[in-house]
Design a protein around this ligand. Sequence first.
Ligand SMILES: *[C@@H]1O[C@H](CO)[C@@H](O)[C@H](O)[C@H]1NC(C)=O
Ligand SMILES: *[C@@H]1O[C@H](CO)[C@@H](O)[C@H](O)[C@H]1NC(C)=O
Length: 491
Amino acid sequence: MATTHAGALLLFPLVCLLVRGGAGVSTGTPDGAERWGYAKVRPKTNIFWWYYRSPQRASSVDKTWPTILWLQGGPGGSGVGRGNFQEIGPLDVNLKPRKYTWLHKADLIFVDSPVGVGYSYSEDPAALVTTDLQATEDIVQLLRALTRKIRTLRRSPLFLVGESYGGKHAAMVGTAIARAIHARTINLTLGGVVLGDSWISPTDFAVSIQIDSCFYYMHVSVIVAVTCTHVCTYCCLQLSYATLLYYVSRLNDNAVDDTNKMALLLKEQMQAGKFATARQTFTDLLDLIDSKSDSVAIDNFLLDTGMDPVLAADLGLSSLRSTHIMPVCSQASGSDPNTIEGIMNGVIKKKLKIIPEDLIWQQASLDVYEALVNDFMKPAINEVDELLSYGVNVTVYNGQLDVICSTVGAEGWVRRLKWDGLRNFLSLPRQTLTYCDSVIHCSKGIKAFFRSYRSLQFYWILEAGHMVPIDQPYGAFRMIASITQYQPPGI
Ligand SMILES: *[C@@H]1O[C@H](CO)[C@@H](O)[C@H](O)[C@H]1NC(C)=O
Ligand SMILES: *[C@@H]1O[C@H](CO)[C@@H](O)[C@H](O)[C@H]1NC(C)=O
């Protein structure tokens, strides 16, 4: 009898493990303020997530406190490491409290996505995602698992915030969640989608929408038989990387033609649907710009490559140039405790306890980036349109000094939305934003411009590059308060 009982007792936890096997392991701090774990979103696919409950979380039952899911760029950048410790999380890389952490305004979830990034790992190289759609489905599966683990998540308005390539995934996850909510296959409340310097339309950033009007000019000006490149030289150069950099004195004046020719080649490859070839041309284009600009930092045209340690080590679309990608990855085993690699492979890994011993955290995964070669150059404008058609709040914010996902490029894809509110949106004046950090400290100049119509909002953030929360922590903080808590955007 005794043996049978013991057997039954042993069996019970075993059954639990089997049932929970699909959900993966998770743990957290004793007070529940932080939780983290692995979600097995597909066989052999372990996605790492880290949840922080806001100390400011309103206790009253009917007030719905928001949650932010942060999606890092790349594809291949670690949100759990970089977004968390370098941009918006409660602690910085020195493990000191961050004054303007977004945790004051929302619960935060960081995720290392797609699988293979940061602490996430697959037991089979074939499990790496090769399409944005697969990356999106993995995140939706993760969210399904989290609604079962974190009960407050079901009613908490969820804001998907993506930076750079993460914005493309935010838009795609947003549409997937909106459909799943409608089909009642997920227990979530979608608060909005926020696109920070996001890679929504490669053509609008790299080639310029003006090329389209160039073809238009060609058709109307039949008298002048000129090649498109020539027409472009005179009437439609405004928006490519080359002209943006030329206008701010950062590109050699006699390099503009060559650079724009490469951009046109890129455009042709995109139109022919040769997306992998187009990505190679895109890399070549960045290399050409690098050499003709004496290495401008493509996430901030006021800087040179390597000037800002955070930016220099960034793969999130800034160091994709073939020559820059390898140093990023080979630094990974750096042991200095006060670097992001140092803490993620040292004190943080130790705290979390569940990270496999032999896993080395890297800022960026080249394998993940390469696996998405066929989708990298594909746009996500239709997804943004779909969100707007459902009435989901969409916020676009862009740093003034960004090159790779420039503000003019972002305005370009916004202008091509099919959304019925677009015309009214574009006709509105912009609001100027200044901030008071406290009663005694108010900003002297304008810090941002803002426009809002129905469910679309656009922030032009001044004196910021590709990663707005790093360059304008207070402005970014005020913006996220406005988006998630409906607080006034300016003073
Ligand atoms: C949503 O929550 C309800 C109530 O807890 C539950 O019955 C239902 O199965 C859940 N749906 C999903 C898709 O998880
Ligand atoms: C969108 O944001 C506005 C505030 O800007 C808010 O009043 C509204 O409820 C939000 N809509 C949705 C569907 O969340």
